[in-house]
Design a protein around this ligand. Sequence first.
Ligand code: S3P
Length: 444
Amino acid sequence: MTAQENLTTIEPVNGPLVGSISVPGDKSISHRAVLFAAMAEGTSRLSGVLDSEDVRSSLGAVSKLGAKVNLEKAPDGSLYGGITGWGVKGPSAPSEPIDCGNSGTTTRLLMGILAPWDIEVELTGDDSLRRRPMRRVSGPLSRMGAKFLPEDQDTLPLTIHGTRNLKALDYDAPVASAQVKTAILLAGLSADGTTRVTEPSPSRNHTELMLPEFGAHTTAASGVAEVVGPTTLKASEVVVPGDPSSAAFIACAAALIPGSAIQIEGVSLNPARIGFLRTLEQMGVDASRRSVSSSGKELSGIISVQYCDKLHGCEVPADKIPSLVDEVPVLALVAAHAKGITVFRGVDELRVKETDRVAAVIDGLAKIGVDAWADGSDLFIEGNPDLVIPEGVKFETGKDHRLAMTWALAGLSGNCPVQVADFESCAVSYPAFLSDIRSLVRER
Ligand code: S3P
């Protein structure tokens, strides 16, 4: 470790987590609300929008492209207000590159949004984003007629030059990715005819659920989504529910910290997002959910989780991974405390997230004496119910927000303080993570 390293010490909590909490707005739904509003004709009204670095990347991008953003901070920390879109006149060419920060969703969705317009836009991002694969989106969009420069380059910075003569596409996606699917569907809105994306297993469907609210003709079945173009989105209203991926950290904290019993309110219960609850249940955790409302077509409700003193390993099949893709690191930490081996099948996609999360989980768990390994596409964790965290552990995160929160949780739920490098990266998705956890602690 060098002197410049930015380490945060995380102390164990001194009591169980008890009571109710709301988590910030869903990141995926917030991005879509902002981006679809920017594309639409008229002024959309948004509320519950997540105020985090990633969503700010989308807000900054649409402002540079000519949408009028008028959002304010609500008392609960979310953003609300209006976004007036560019509608039929289209986005304006920005005078400088658009910096998408750490946000893969901003980048990939923008590629689809810009594909139908005859302007040049350079997209770039931070070190992590500039390592992530983009050909999975530029490839199919090129088949529709858009150009990306430098040609054949997989990574940012990329300059997109769209075309008003985009062709509809029937695309068999090689990976289950909501970002890829959404980019193609958004481009397809401007193409003549039906654009269809078929996935190997269904990824999150927020786009398919939200586009009809903006007046688009969309059909969705498990693993197949279609839009019919050409069409212009019309302003709408979006109420963003709480983020299940943020809720997962609270849920796993409750499962690990003795005596805990918590409820998370107002959280999205979209089945494509709550695979982590099923995995916790399979590990023996008393975890349940109750739907209480829907915002648009998105279900939301309450998640309840209790401490479990008899965690056991389980197997998560490959076709369930998309429903918990962002939760694998924190579930791996729970698995580290479980009796027996847990296996996550088919986790190759984790290698191209903000960091290589398969390697990061294996390295991080090794620091606390837990054996984890990859075999082909599968990730194995050999848990230890009597796990004792050694003194002086320093976790690396590669500035990956989900790793920062996972390793912080190792300390919060453990027997001694740990150090987490670049813990502040949790601001990408859940800036108030630590204070939210601490607000639930009932001190002994
Ligand atoms: C997201 C989709 C997922 C997820 C990411 C957000 C989205 O990625 O990991 O954090 O908002 O569409 P995939 O594109 O791999 O499904």
